[in-house]
Design a protein around this ligand. Structure first.
Ligand code: 6R9
Length: 653
């Protein structure tokens, strides 16, 4: 395809030499050791059969994986279990009913500790309420809520009665909600009057009312009172949560479902076309999330305080705020609001207050904290932290080092976890008690998982080379299909490289064979025949002391095919740029990577367009760079950002 780059799919540009060995105390009691990898590699089916013992099965599975109808997998197919029982009841039965499941912290400062025993009562009541509304196993329920404990209760109540849930991010519009409700065929919606965002109540129910104008299948809406704002209710359709859930019995006997019973559908936007409804089922998903939550974070459920600072409407919230931690009987923090309300130290105050030991968040948050300055976290006691995690995007080496140093006090390993809505569970991540961490690298497949980096022909690229990331064997928490779209499932993930799951990400192996993620292959730029990933050039920019965030895209160029256009956000102390900084940054990239990677133009901006999970939407920046009409902006977290950027573009050109 590309003569100069040979048979490799991507150029290998940036090298990073720093490594951080794990602290000896952690090594001494680590959940995962080098032996774990060896055992899993010797017999991965036996390994996953063993991990299934983390759950309580009503009927123990005798089968592990059934791949006879590939790529449609079945895991633990003859086993039966109840997901909510595994997440709640069994911990109470084991005598841990008084353990806190969630320290909930509302944005206005209200707080609530919910024990496993209380969670069991609330989930049972909510399950009884759904039954009263006629919800049966197999019926779909939409959940459109802020980050409040009832969101967890609602998910588990659905799981308890075998009704797959589809959680829609509370920041999405009425149209996005309606499209998901209709595609999934939901009959009931669970929502709230609103939630708190940036110090103010933000209404949710009006968006539901608007969505329901075009969703004929919905018959009931349950509304949680969170803000107490006046909220219109539709007679015969809408009921208050307190009214219908509050009066139910706290007794509900969970029924066991087959392991392959659908647990939930989560919609994720494709780069084009309608959102994909990722289907996860019960047994394999719970095994995969429980195992990785325990392994990647070196979880000690009796003593750790775990915090996934991510929204429940993102898969990270599903796997590592709800199912993984609860299956493991862990204590978690749940925070409703934004990191700068009422002040920019809110996260660090929460860590200090609850003694959080493991923090899991996205690089976008870390880069924002870098921009705000390290003086803010320095005011708090963060010494309880022992493991840090990152998810959602490649973490730039500079952001990793900042995170480890200012938040982790130079003690904590950083687990850079690569995975997707589709994979359901962590797939690539250093294990905190094993790896000598490399800033910016996800490093190595999780024990029991098989991945490869391949070239255009599907051959492994080998060390020191870049290509496409694929998964070469089925795994327990893998998506089973796309909701109602089996063909699209096969076409999207299994047709590019026959027999391998194509993740859509670029990756490289370094000289040690460790894996570095290089961003979406859709974003790859071809400059004079060199195929370059966005990640490495962005990381080179972020390694400049004046840069907090960077996004690069390829724009059509008459001479080079494509040219690199960069958008950067400067750190607080760096001022607002000017011509000198642009030249300084272009030279910096040339020095870090080489002249070939020098951006043609660099634009200093105040914000970048991002999704709910903090991913930069480069597609929109490409539209700006090529002076095109902008594409679909409905999944932007803040749609005014693009107007600001376009305004700045015309002012500076
Ligand atoms: C969990 C989640 C999946 C895409 C994935 C990749 C990017 C996630 C990453 C990462 C590099 C990491 N991604 N984690 N890239 N390093 N540690 O984010 O799911 O929202 O479905 O996104 O996110 O591009 O393909 P999802």
């Amino acid at each position: 395809m590309n003569a100069e780059a040979g048979n490799d799919a991507l150029d290998n540009l940036l090298t990073e030499e720093r490594t951080f060995p794990p602290p000896p105390e952690l090594v001494a009691q680590a959940n995962v050791t080098e032996d774990t990898y060896a055992q899993a590699a010797a017999d991965d089916e036996a390994f996953w059969a063993e991990q299934a013992k983390r759950l309580s099965w009503a009927k123990e599975p005798t089968e592990v994986v059934d791949w006879s109808n590939a790529p449609f997998a079945k895991w633990y197919a003859d086993g039966e279990l109840n997901a909510a029982y595994n997440c709640v009841d069994r911990h109470v039965e084991a005598g841990n009913g008084d353990r806190v499941a969630f320290h909930f912290e509302g944005e206005p400062g209200d707080q609530r500790d919910i024990t496993y025993a209380q969670l069991k009562d609330e989930v049972s009541q909510a399950a009884n309420a759904l039954i009263e509304l006629g919800v049966q196993a197999g019926d779909r329920v939409a959940i459109y809520l802020p980050m409040i404990p009832e969101a967890v209760v609602a998910m588990l109540a659905c799981a308890r009665i075998g009704a797959p849930h589809t959680v829609v991010f509370g920041g999405f519009s009425a149209d996005a909600l309606a499209a998901r409700i209709n595609d999934c065929g939901c009959e009931v919606v669970i929502t709230a009057d609103g939630g708190y965002r940036r110090g103010k109540p933000a209404a949710l129910k009006p968006a539901v009312d608007k969505a329901l104008e075009s969703t004929p299948g919905v018959r009931s809406v349950i509304v949680i009172r969170r803000t107490g704002e006046e909220t219109p209710m539709t007679e015969g359709r809408d009921v208050w949560w307190d009214d219908i859930v509050g009066r139910q019995s706290t007794e509900h006997t969970p029924q066991a479902f087959p392991a392959e019973h659908p647990l939930y559908v989560m919609y994720t936007s494709g780069s084009t076309g309608k959102p994909k409804g990722i289907l996860h089922t019960t047994g394999g998903y719970l095994v995969g999330t429980a195992y990785t939550h325990w392994a990647t974070f070196d979880l000690k459920p009796e003593s750790d305080v775990f915090w996934t600072a991510a929204d429940i409407g993102w898969v990270t919230g599903h796997s590592y705020l709800v199912y993984g931690p609860l299956a493991n009987g862990a204590t978690s923090v749940m925070y409703e609001g934004t990191p700068d309300t009422p002040h920019q130290g809110r996260w660090w105050e929460i860590i200090d207050k609850y003694g959080v030991t493991i923090l899991y968040c996205a690089p976008t948050a870390i880069r924002t904290f870098m921009k705000w300055g390290h003086e803010i976290p320095e005011k708090y006691d963060l010494s309880s932290l022992r493991v840090l995690g990152s998810v959602g995007e490649p973490i730039n080496p500079e952001a990793y080092v900042w995170y480890r140093h200012y938040i982790g006090g130079d003690r904590t390993p950083v687990a850079d976890t690569w995975w997707q809505t589709e994979t359901g569970m962590h797939m690539i991540s250093p294990m905190p008690g094993v790896a000598d961490g490399k800033p910016g690298a996800a490093m190595r497949a999780v024990p029991g998982i098989s991945v490869e980096v391949v070239n255009d022909e599907g051959q492994p690229v080998g060390n020191g080379k870049g290509g496409y990331l694929v998964v070469t064997k089925p795994w327990p928490a893998m998506l089973r299909t796309l909701w109602n779209e089996d063909e699209r499932y096969v076409e999207t993930y299994w047709s590019r490289f026959p027999g391998m799951y194509f993740a859509g990400d670029g990756a490289k192996r370094d000289d040690d064979g460790d894996i570095w993620l290089l961003g979406r292959v859709d974003d790859v730029m071809n400059v004079s025949g060199h195929r370059m990933s966005t990640t490495e050039i962005e990381s080179a920019l972020v390694s400049h002391p004046k840069v907090a965030e960077a996004a690069v895209v390829g724009a059509t160029d008459e001479t080079t095919g494509q040219a690199i256009v960069a958008f950067v956000i400067l750190r607080g102390e760096a001022g607002d740029g000017g011509p000198e900084i642009v030249q300084e940054l272009r030279n910096h990239v040339a020095q870090e990577i080489g002249a070939i990677a020098k951006p043609r133009s660099i634009m200093v901006v105040a914000e970048l367009p991002k999704t709910r999970s903090g991913k930069i939407m480069r597609r929109l920046l490409r539209d700006v760079a090529e002076n095109r009409e902008m594409g679909d902006v409905t999944t932007l977290q803040d749609s005014s950002v693009m107007d600001q950027i376009k305004g700045g573009m015309s002012a500076s050109s």
